[in-house]
Design a binder for this molecule. Structure first.
Ligand code: GUN
Length: 284
């Protein structure tokens, strides 16, 4: 079997067309959505992500502002920038790019962002509401991955879903979203005993580990849907957490890297920003 590609480029472009219409509708009312990104330090991967976010904002007519801060920025300065963006009515979304330099307390910083401006869905209130199945801002990467499954018409209810990775950014919210869709969900992690025994049971397998080509074909069930959230650089080339070629011979659907979930993450950030702007505009 050769898997069908879940194409993030195509799906993100489709979403952008819808978002453009929503931004235009806001413009008709004289409202422009605004996103502030806070980038501390000079991590090369973070620079690339932030520049892609800026480009997406420009394509859609979202006003974006990036606060580039030096690696030795103090907690106090970072928090002051967050408070300022919280108080600025032209800012609908605030994103603090992770990872932060080690001397900074990221959890504390994220908890200071107003939950309604937390377009990453990382605030305790949004994470907590997601866990209770309440309306909230959902983290962009898992939201994008779920969108891909739904857009392709892949059934989720009653399926065995296995998420490998338990991060707050991807693994945990991904598992909660799949649970909300009535999948039977297992979360595996670095201490899981006999990982392959779990992954081989998966109808839907989500790899969010951060290790290049970690999921090999022998770990995948024939006909499984494989969602690769990894973005790793090996010899200067991007690859995912899934050993793509052999796994795509076994899977029914697979997301590529690049051009898969990564594209959806940005689209969902734009979606969360426009949604925050729509709520703010409606409250005027
Ligand atoms: N670093 C890696 N992924 C993300 C993300 O989705 N949001 C933020 N803020 N930082 C990240």
């Amino acid at each position: 079997m050769s898997a069908q590609l879940l194409d993030g480029k195509v799906m993100a472009a489709e979403l952008e067309e819808e978002l453009k219409k929503r931004v235009e509708a806001l413009a008709q009312k004289g409202y422009t959505p605004g996103l502030t990104v806070i980038l501390v330090g000079d991590d090369p991967a973070s620079q690339t992500y932030v520049s892609n976010k800026e480009k997406a904002c420009a394509r859609l007519g979202i006003r974006s502002r990036t606060l580039r801060m030096p690696a030795d920025t103090t907690q106090e300065t970072l928090e002051a920038a967050i408070h300022e963006a919280n108080a600025d009515p032209s800012v609908n979304g605030i994103l603090v790019q992770l990872p932060l330099p080690r001397h900074l307390d990221g959890d504390r910083a994220l908890s200071l962002i107003l939950p309604e401006k937390d377009v990453d869905g990382f605030h305790d209130i949004n994470a907590g509401r997601l866990s209770r199945g309440l309306d909230c801002v959902v983290a962009c990467t898992p939201k994008g991955a779920l969108h891909m499954l739904k857009r392709a018409g892949i059934p989720i209810s009653g399926k065995e879903a296995v998420v490998v990775g338990r991060s707050n950014i991807v693994g945990k919210p991904m598992a909660l979203l799949l649970l909300q869709e009535n999948a039977t969900v297992t979360i595996c992690h670095s201490r899981t005993v006999d990982l392959a025994a779990h992954t081989r049971r998966a109808d839907i397998l989500v790899a969010a580990i951060g290790k290049p080509r970690f999921i090999t074909a022998d770990m995948v069930k024939e006909g499984a849907v494989v969602v690769d959230v990894g973005i790793n650089r090996v010899d200067g080339k991007l690859c995912g957490d899934v050993d793509f070629e052999p796994v795509s011979q076994k899977a029914s659907y697979i997301t590529p890297v690049p051009g898969g979930v990564g594209k959806m993450t940005i689209a969902m950030l734009m979606d969360n920003t426009v949604a925050a702007a729509e709520k703010a505009a409606a409250a005027l």
